[in-house]
Design a protein around this ligand. Structure first.
Ligand code: CP
Length: 334
């Protein structure tokens, strides 16, 4: 058996299966895309497209979030999500503050909940949380009665605003039609909150999703998420309307889930020959940051097919929409 066959057929890592978003609905929060209806997703995308036009116009800041205190708590590193939430909150007139774990009393042993209770006591109304633990955003949503919680990526669970910006990018590429389309998602499905949100959103909109990746990085019974599984990149990309490559997290190598980066790249990297298997107008997505030459060949990452920077631009618009939605619900509940 070759190394590739080992990674294709080895059992899935423990604990990498499904993580369900709590079903009780409270629109002050956005914890995941799972369970959001097709109609609501389309309305969110329509609003985000309008926000994008406004952002592109360079018009002055608005006051939609006047009186709203937004705490951007990034307990795990981020560039795109943190800065785009900051831009969106400030453009809409919120009082936005960014909190990072380094140089905080978390390092003295203060718990996440006690820290977030401080922010609630200081008047925070919306909390945008990035955290390495699956379920962290839902945990705080249940324990901070006066705060709306927006999940900016929690462990292996969901990254709903990334999912929405991916949907908005595909809406443009696919002229607004999600049905009769097929996307391939390639890489570390097991640990990917990006993949879970994308699968939830795309399935609700009627798009066929095919996943593929090393067997050690594929959740058991992944089909239960609403997708098909291909055994190779070539099979997954054949006739597809888009491909989403996922970031390979270096720690997976250290845990022995992959033989080497070079081996991963040889088997799973999206190069020009693989892109040529897709439909002529198909696009290439990546949530970033890209490991060039590992998940995407540089010639693909920088090609006309790549919509990576459109994803980033759409991220600001989507976050405007989500902040407005959660703030409106917060005011209604107050
Ligand atoms: N896509 C994404 O979440 O990127 P950041 O980690 O830079 O926010």
């Amino acid at each position: 058996m070759t190394l590739s066959e080992v990674t294709l057929h080895a059992p899935a890592p423990t604990g990498a299966g499904h993580f369900r978003t709590p079903s009780r609905r409270d629109d002050r929060h956005l914890l995941g895309l799972e369970g959001i209806s097709r109609t609501e997703l389309l309305e969110l995308l329509e609003d985000a497209a309008r926000e994008r036009e406004w952002l592109r116009s360079g018009a002055p800041n608005r006051d939609d979030l006047a009186g709203c205190s937004v705490m951007l708590a990034f307990i795990e590193d981020s560039t795109r999500t943190r800065t785009s939430f900051e831009i969106a909150a400030r453009r809409l007139g919120a009082n936005a503050l960014t909190f990072g774990a380094s140089a905080s009393s978390l390092n003295k042993g203060e718990t996440l909940l006690d820290t977030m209770k401080l922010f609630e006591a200081m008047g925070t109304q919306l909390l945008v949380l990035r955290h390495g633990m699956s379920g962290a955003a839902g945990y705080l949503a249940r324990r901070l009665p006066g705060v709306g919680v927006i999940n900016a990526g929690d462990g292996m669970h969901e990254h709903p605003t990334q999912g929405l910006l991916d949907l908005l990018t595909l809406r443009d590429a696919w002229n607004g039609r999600f049905e009769d389309r097929r996307i391939a998602i390639v890489g570390d499905i097991a640990h990917s909150r990006v993949a879970r949100s994308a699968i939830a959103g795309l399935s609700a909109l009627g798009t066929d999703v095919t996943v593929c990746g090393p067997g050690t990085l594929m959740p058991a019974e992944v089909e239960q998420l609403g997708c098909a599984v291909a055994v190779s990149v070539d099979e997954a990309l054949e006739g597809a309307d888009a491909v989403m490559a996922l970031r390979l997290q270096k720690e997976r190598m250290e845990k022995g889930l992959l033989p080497s980066t070079a081996e991963y790249a040889r088997v799973w990297c999206i190069d020009a020959a693989r892109v040529a298997r897709m439909r002529p107008e198909a696009v290439v997505l990546h949530p970033g940051p890209v490991n060039r030459g590992v998940e995407l060949d540089p010639s693909v990452a920088d090609s006309e097919r790549s919509v990576i920077l459109a994803q980033v631009q759409n991220g600001v618009a989507v976050r405007c929409t989500v902040l407005k939605r959660c703030w409106a619900a917060w005011k209604e509940a107050a």
